[in-house]
Design a protein around this ligand. Structure first.
Ligand SMILES: [Zn+2]
Length: 415
């Protein structure tokens, strides 16, 4: 029915050079310094000649940059860097912002042209500029990146942070969608996102939980700091703090999304299921203080990251209607607000089933996702009916839905 056109997506990966020898470190430091000087040379010329033309910059500075002892591949990269810097400098000036003359005080690292390096297995081979002479740098490669190194393609960069050296490698990854397992049964893992627990996912071997407490804590602290700064009219610092807070949340979302996808990959034919996000906004309505704890922005970002990572890993992601996922009994299907006597606890008023509310939500999300997988996306009319999610273990065509550990026997008997 469809033939595959292979599409590529550009990605970058940063890998640490595994304890390079003293001699290699000396080469790195020296080359980085020459690279910096080369960029400064080119920059000085481009600014005094008021040009961002690559040809002109190259003609005027290449011999001088070479004379610094920089191999030709590296010279080309230094000049590229110059062109980039002056273009952004001139661009900024056009915008009438006051900008100083750019200088290359800090090391720019070392630009590695396509021809100056190769990745062989998990080792970086770098050209020294002398024919046939290379330096070999073993890389620290996390297992999930091993396969991907085959897609390295394009200009790279070596840079130093603290005492460690890293290489930033560009990847061109084919994005032909794949589904793991194929004809096997899906393992559906429902992920409940919330305030008390950022994420709860019941899976065959247990429950994955990310406690939301550190987030709440941190956001509260940021909020009170922000209020204090606002009183002192330090808007610059308020903004800087906002940035810091967002960066931190982004870091966390990267980590959690990775964990969720890795969790899914432990099972055959995995599917991750989430509520559509309008539901989360709904649930955190309530109070201003509540909303501040985890903004819907953060949830959306987490789901975006999961989608992105899941697609690359061949894990399917399904979204379900958020209504009733927190109030429906996974055993008997009875849906009622009364099933949630407290935020954290679920107790079915019809059959007495009890459990952690987030785990229950995770189960309901998985069940609803199975429905979607079986029947295709349901129409909205169906969704309006109460108790629509099939009870766990029933009518699922041999597909397992994962129930919380302490009630497994109950659930089995209801099937
Ligand atoms: Zn029940």
């Amino acid at each position: 029915m469809c033939h595959n056109t292979i599409m590529h997506r550009a990605e970058t990966v940063v890998l640490k050079l595994r304890s390079p020898s003293k001699a290699k470190r000396a080469w790195l430091d020296q080359t980085a310094e020459r690279f910096r000087q080369g960029v400064q040379l080119g920059l000085d010329f481009a600014l005094s000649a008021k040009t961002s033309n690559r040809g002109k910059i190259h003609a005027a500075t290449y011999p001088k940059v070479r004379a610094l002892g920089l191999p030709s591949d590296y010279c080309r990269m230094a000049i590229n860097q110059v062109v980039q810097l002056v273009r952004s400098h001139f661009g900024l000036r056009k915008g009438k912002r006051k900008v100083g003359k750019p200088t290359v005080v800090r090391s720019q690292g070392i630009g590695l042209g396509v021809n100056a390096y190769r990745v062989v297995g998990t080792t970086l081979r770098v050209s020294t500029g002398q024919k046939g002479q290379y330096l070999w740098f073993p890389l620290s490669v996390p297992p999930q990146w091993r396969d991907r190194l085959q897609y390295v393609q394009g200009d790279a960069r070596l840079f130093k942070r603290g005492h460690d050296w890293f290489v930033m490698l560009p990847l061109k990854v084919p994005t032909t969608p794949t589904v793991r397992g194929g004809n096997g049964e899906p393992t559906v893992i429902g992920v409940d996102l919330g305030i008390v627990r950022l994420a709860t996912a019941k899976h065959p071997k247990g429950v994955f939980v990310v406690n939301g407490k550190p987030i709440r804590h941190r956001r509260e602290r940021f909020a009170s700091l922000r209020q204090r700064l606002q009183r002192h009219r330090r808007t610059d610092r308020v903004r800087a703090m906002g940035d810091r807070e967002r960066r931190w949340m982004t870091y966390l979302n990267h980590k959690v999304s990775r964990q969720l996808v890795d969790l899914a990959l432990r099972y055959p034919n995995p599917v991750l299921a989430f509520e559509r996000l309008d539901g989360i906004r709904d649930r955190v309505r309530g109070s201003k203080k509540f909303n501040r704890m985890v903004s819907s922005w953060a949830f959306r970002q987490l789901v975006d990251f999961v989608l992105y990572k899941a697609e690359r890993a061949g894990v399917r992601v399904v979204f379900v209607d958020p209504r009733k996922t927190s109030q429906t009994c996974p055993k008997c299907g009875h849906a009622s607000r009364a099933n949630r006597p407290e935020q954290s606890h679920f107790r079915c008023v019809a059959c007495g089933y009890q459990g952690n509310a987030d785990v229950v939500a995770s189960l309901n999300i998985a069940a609803a996702a199975l429905d979607v997988l079986r029947q295709g996306p349901p129409d909205t009319a169906r969704l309006g009916q109460p108790g629509q999610a099939p009870p766990v273990g029933e009518g699922l065509d041999g597909v397992k839905v994962w129930a919380s550990a302490h009630t497994d026997s109950n659930l089995a008997s209801s099937a």
